[in-house]
Design a protein around this ligand. Structure first.
Ligand code: 13P
Length: 239
């Protein structure tokens, strides 16, 4: 059973005051069972690892290479992420699929490599507006999920993030009934219980409604996670 909700911060730009962010978010975690994962840009991982010590927050990266080792200038491997203190890694984010041409097969290989190194992948799946409007969103997203999931051992852990592409950074979100329907479709495909989080324009105004949904095990937050006060408010909106 998943007891504590996840609050995953995906920083898409640098936040200068890392210690202040960690202090303010730690305060919001007091007395709550929230599981917070901070995923800053690669260049901040090492500094974040130092300030996260003893806070109960986990550290995640925003991507990794599909190979453990090799001549891949500019890429970062799952092994390197482990060495810098990461326990989680976001994989298959729609921005990487679109901008770096990542296919489901590539994402699957990355998920497998992350698992092999003891990292918990945060696997992102989600449909475009075109697919949503065609009525095929559930079919497309569940196919994407299956195509990106490698065979897993019993003790492997994975978090699934449903992030409709049209909701990311737009201020638009699906209705609560649409999130519930999609999450139900995703859960039907999962052979083992994995936390299922929602992402896409989560903010201080909609977090309570989204986090109250029975199928929602947490949220993956972009823009609103850059501001400690807003992210703390989102944590406080949890169950
Ligand atoms: P926003 O919260 O800015 O819409 O970003 C969502 C996201 O992409 C998190 O991974």
């Amino acid at each position: 059973m998943i007891t504590a909700q996840y609050f995953i911060a995906n920083w898409k730009m640098n936040v200068p005051a890392l210690p202040v962010w960690v202090r303010d978010v730690s305060q919001a975690m007091l007395g709550r069972e929230a599981q917070v994962v901070l995923c800053p840009p690669f260049t901040r991982l090492s500094a974040a690892q130092m300030v996260l010590t003893d806070t109960g927050m986990a550290l995640g990266a925003q991507d990794c290479h599909a190979q453990e080792n090799g001549a891949y200038t500019g890429d970062v491997s799952a092994l390197m992420l482990r060495q810098v203190g990461c326990t989680h890694v976001i994989l298959g984010h729609s921005e990487r699929r679109a901008q770096h041409h990542e296919t489901d097969a590539m994402v699957r290989a990355k998920v497998a490599c992350a698992l092999a190194h003891g990292l918990t992948p945060i696997l992102c799946i989600g449909e475009s507006l075109e697919v949503r409007e065609s009525g095929d969103a559930e079919k497309m997203v569940t196919q994407q999920l299956l195509a990106c999931m490698p065979d897993m051992d019993d003790d492997d852990e994975i978090i699934i993030a449903y992030e409709p592409i049209w909701a990311i950074g737009t201020g638009k979100t699906p209705g609560c009934d649409e999130i519930e329907a999609m999450h139900a479709a995703i859960k039907k495909q999962l052979h083992k219980r994995a936390p299922l989080v929602y992402g896409g324009s989560v903010n201080i105004g909609n977090a309570a409604d989204i986090l109250a949904l029975p199928s929602v095990d947490g949220v993956l937050v972009g823009g609103a996670s850059l501001d400690a006060a807003q992210f703390a408010t989102i944590i406080n909106a949890g169950k």
